[in-house]
Design a binder for this molecule. Structure first.
Ligand code: AMP
Ligand code: GLY
Length: 428
């Protein structure tokens, strides 16, 4: 039997709103706190100010409110070692410690772990000079993939056919990774991990580029949907076997076991599954769509993971339908977003709800944009077409004149236009 949980979610974005919402629906969770939180979480949970990258401050807050489960949302506090500080205070924490968080914090570290674990990923060269970049470009050919080594909120990657553009990005980075280009559709696969055992989510797909048709620069993510009608039915099991489990074994072997959410960003290429990147926390905005379909009470399973008891928890259960999230961003994102634009959200319905990501309430009680990604509009339905329609209906009912959104989230999937190369028979 799960004990009564008082949960504290660290972070202030759409992912944290969705996590807090799912926790609030778990009967074993008696109280939900969020720090710093946002106006969306204030509607049903208790927000607290906190310096979210200060481990001592987070641990002190958790003690003060009597939390027995802390969930660290974003990567920056994880890389800063906030989960270590919370655990050192004797409180169960869902999230990797500083060293295991390097799986996201350093692309070079992640590559080495994948190599040691035998996890399939793009061939890569770690570089520090333009000469090394030139050599790697010659080796791999176009399109060129250059990744800044370090946290860049999804914006440190350049994929281009233009060698000059690739070189310019390389020249602007201190250390960077040049990779072979991966063809094939992308999949986000999340696994809840307790150091040894994993429980995989259903797959989701994210839309990284800012514009319709995947035009423009990379962002943190402009929308997502789940499930993926075009993906192999057993994709989660395959990824668990060839990616998640080997990575957990390698991290444990190194003495830095991974507890928390391991997010594999994958390409299903003509040569098989390849890991594009690891993240060490729930993906944003995929989480907003995935949690709308998760039937397993979230608090109990996160607590089991945080305390090393995940093997006692059955596989996650999912609703039979689909979910789509459409991000409404402030004009200018991912550059300098216009701040302060007024927002009037649409009332939640059975098919759609609004997640806050970058909003604040001014002195007059008016909701305003205060970030790049401002809202996540989640639609659900019996299939992907219905979920997509529900989300865009709610977007149309949302009054946010200084915002914009992609209009093609989940469109190709609904139209049956996503093709998989027949990699299965060749590799598996
Ligand atoms: P990352 O920050 O590593 O997830 O990269 C951001 C995005 O760049 C990914 O979601 C892909 O769309 C793209 N990307 C990264 N690496 C590659 C690669 N090796 N081949 C093709 N596209 C890539
Ligand atoms: N959805 C991409 C990310 O969370 O990094």
């Amino acid at each position: 039997m799960t004990e009564s949980l008082t949960a504290l979610v660290i972070g202030s974005g759409g992912r944290e709103h969705a996590l807090a919402l799912a926790l609030s629906k778990d009967p074993s969770v008696v109280a939900v706190h969020v720090a710093p939180g946002n106006p969306g979480t204030a509607a049903f949970a208790t927000n607290h100010p906190v310096a979210q990258e200060d481990g001592q401050a987070v641990a002190a807050l958790a003690q003060e409110i009597g939390a027995n489960l802390v969930v660290v949302g974003p990567e920056a506090p994880l890389v800063a070692g906030v989960a270590d500080a919370v655990r050192a205070a004797g409180i169960a924490c869902f999230g990797p410690g500083r060293e295991a968080a390097q799986l996201e914090g350093s692309k070079a570290f992640a590559k080495q772990v994948m190599l040691d674990a035998g996890v399939p990923t793009a061939a890569a060269r770690v570089c520090t000079t333009v000469e090394e970049a030139q050599a790697a470009f010659d080796e791999f050919g176009a399109p060129y993939v250059v990744k800044e080594d370090g946290l860049a909120a999804g914006k440190g990657v350049v994929v281009t056919d233009d060698r000059e553009v690739a070189l310019a990005h390389a020249a602007a980075c201190q250390q960077f990774v040049v990779e072979e280009f991966l063809d094939g559709p992308e999949v986000s696969l999340f696994a809840i991990c307790d150091g040894t055992t994993s429980r995989c989510f259903e797959p989701a797909q994210d839309f990284k580029r800012v514009g319709d048709g995947d035009a423009g620069p990379n962002t943190g993510g402009m929308g997502a949907y789940t499930p993926l009608p075009w993906a192999p039915a057993d994709i989660a099991a395959q990824v668990d076997q060839v990616v998640i489990q080997p990575t957990l074994r390698e991290m444990a072997r190194r003495g830095t076991p991974f507890t928390g959410l391991l997010y594999a960003g994958l390409a299903l290429t003509s040569r098989g599954i390849r890991v594009i990147e690891f993240n060490v926390r729930f993906g944003d905005p995929e989480t907003q769509a995935l949690l709308a379909r998760l039937k397993t009470p979230l608090g109990a399973v996160l607590h089991a993971a945080a305390t090393g008891n995940l093997d006692q928890v059955p596989p996650l259960e999912w609703g039979s339908g689909a979910a789509t999230v459409v991000v409404m961003a402030a004009e200018g994102y991912p550059g300098t977003p216009a701040q302060g634009g007024q927002i009037i959200t649409a009332p939640d319905t059975d098919q759609a709800h609004t997640i806050h990501a970058g909003t604040s309430v001014d002195a007059d009680g008016v909701l305003r944009a205060s970030g790049g990604r401002v809202l996540g509009i989640v639609g659900t339905g019996e299939d992907l077409a219905a979920a997509r329609e529900a989300a865009f209906r709610q977007v149309a009912a949302t009054d946010f004149p200084s915002g914009f959104n992609r209009t093609d989230i989940a469109q190709k999937a609904v139209a049956g236009q996503i093709q998989l190369a027949p990699y299965y028979s060749q590799e598996n």
